[in-house]
Design a protein. Structure first.
Length: 325
């Protein structure tokens, strides 16, 4: 593919489809989003994707002909080799749906598709915070925890394309049941909903310690969110501080396992919760020797991702920019 050609990245979620035009250097030149129709039939879901693609192309009509390929970032499970969306829980419209083939037929452009966390990991590895590092472990922390592994510019997919589900690594087999059915997954312990629930539980016996957090929730513990916990922590609320310290400790246990298994050159955090926990990197790094047998575990940089809300668009485009992807 000529180095001067543009890429079109499509980021599919349960409620929206974002799309953007991306330069070969990873700069997002234009972006848009449309509603995703995920609770109707497969054709309705595909039509939403087509609307997003057309809307993105319309933002730069004079450069439309320069778009050389389309990348699609989607929740899994999916098969990146066949371009098939298998059965994502938040995309019930598609079951074993050949999305890449359908878009390629309509647009007459080559199409690649991959898991959203894998794609975001690749964008960070080639254009973002991980540029220049041979091996990258990327984690996005938000409502859930997704991860991706990039080795020498190539996404590690595993045997069937289902590798790198780091959010479902269990660190406590007596722990809470995760949405995946396993117990003690890091997602069930350190994603946004888990942080909010831990704050609510502590608040029941905390007395005045959580006063600032409770005020942010309008006096209603059930309304507490992870974002409120972060805001209360910045306002020196003791309960919020304890909740986030425990979250950082849990992440340190998890990352100790990741380091012992992979020993990546860099670890990158994305997502809304990832930005919050980036402020705890010092604490996490200090705990790592207790949870890793690697005597040099503290040398591995912990970095905040470059691409925030645009990680899906950049990641989708990156599927075509990495020569070895």
């Amino acid at each position: 593919m000529p180095a001067t050609r543009l890429l079109l990245g499509v980021d599919i979620g349960g409620t929206k489809v974002a799309a953007g035009i991306v330069s070969p250097q990873g700069e997002i030149l234009a972006r848009t989003r449309v509603p995703m129709i995920s609770h109707e039939d497969a054709a309705a879901g595909l039509a939403a994707v087509e609307r997003a693609i057309e809307a993105a192309l319309a933002l730069l009509p004079e450069r439309r002909a320069e778009v050389a390929a389309i990348g699609i970032s989607s929740p899994g499970p999916l098969d990146p080799r066949r371009g098939v969306v298998i059965n994502p829980p938040n995309l019930p419209c598609w079951r074993d749906f050949p999305l890449a083939e359908k878009v390629q037929e309509s647009r007459r452009l080559p199409v690649r598709i991959d898991n959203d966390a894998n794609a975001a990991a690749l964008a960070e590895a080639i254009w973002g915070a991980g540029a220049g590092y041979p091996s990258v472990f990327y984690a996005t922390l938000g409502t859930g925890i997704g991860s991706g592994v990039v080795l020498d510019g190539r996404i590690y997919h595993g045997r069937t394309g289902a590798a790198a589900e780091g959010g479902h690594v269990s660190i406590d087999y007596h722990g809470p049941v995760c949405a995946c059915g396993k117990r003690g997954c890091i997602e069930a312990l350190a994603a946004g909903p888990a942080v909010a629930q831990r704050a609510r539980t502590r608040l029941a016996t905390a007395g005045a310690q959580g006063a600032k957090l409770l005020a942010l929730a309008g006096g209603n513990p059930a309304a507490i969110t992870a974002e409120m916990v972060g805001e209360a922590w910045r306002a020196s609320d003791p309960l919020a501080t304890a909740v986030l310290q425990e979250t950082a400790d849990l992440l340190a246990v998890w990352l100790g396992n990741i380091i012992d298994l992979l020993e990546p050159d860099v670890i990158i955090f994305g997502g809304g919760m990832g930005s919050l926990m980036a402020e705890w990197f010092g604490h996490i790094r200090a705990q790592l020797p207790s949870w890793s047998i690697n005597s040099r575990c503290q040398e591995i940089p912990l970095l905040r991702a470059r691409y925030g809300d645009d990680s899906g668009i950049a990641g989708a485009a990156a599927l075509w920019s990495a020569e070895k992807s």
